[in-house]
Ligand binder design. Structure first.
Ligand code: RP5
Length: 168
């Protein structure tokens, strides 16, 4: 249901986080390398067949001169989530953030934070959950687990720093 693509295998350590999140929520995904610059024909094929292959959302990660998310978005009606990656050819990451973020009007890419592949996975899940009650329930449990994690850390810190604000 979700297509995860990246410009290079060197992006995998970051993009794996999106795959892990989808696996945690039992959302089927595919994952492969598609390079806008090195395999442009493959990129067009991927984007143009994505809908008919049953994908609902595409997560595209790239570093440096990160054209993959925007170019894929220009070739499909599916929502595209872009993950800017701090890579070997990045100046400082801002280059790929801006390259993915500053799309022209008409061709949006939902851009997450630098290396923010987990949030890309969550955003994809939220898009799918808008028409899926079972997935919505799983996302509610996931969000509750985040809250519980923070409140557990409040308990721990209150023991170490008594008299701090401990209302939950
Ligand atoms: C980008 O160039 C890729 O997305 C990757 O982040 C970066 C470096 O690629 P490699 O030289 O490691 O293949 O297109």
């Amino acid at each position: 249901m979700v297509g995860i693509i990246m410009g290079s295998q060197s992006d995998l350590p970051v993009m794996q986080q999106a795959a892990d999140l989808l696996a945690q929520l039992e959302i089927p995904y595919e994952l492969t390398v598609v390079s806008a610059h090195r395999t442009p024909e493959r990129m067009f094929d991927y984007a143009k067949t994505a809908y008919e292959r049953g994908l609902k959302v595409i997560i595209a990660g790239a570093g440096g001169a990160a054209h993959l998310p925007g170019m894929v978005a220009s070739c499909t009606t599916l929502p595209v989530i872009g993950v800017p990656i701090l890579s070997s050819n990045s100046i400082d990451g801002w280059d790929s953030v801006l390259s993915i973020l500053q799309m022209p009007s008409g061709i949006p890419v939902a851009t997450v934070a630098l290396n923010g592949a987990t949030n890309a996975g969550i955003l994809a899940a939220k898009i799918l959950a808008a028409s899926d009650e079972e997935l919505t329930a799983k996302l509610e449990i996931y969000q509750l687990s985040l809250k519980e994690k923070v409140l557990n850390s409040v308990d721990e810190l209150t023991e170490r720093f008594p008299n701090s604000f401990d209302k939950k």
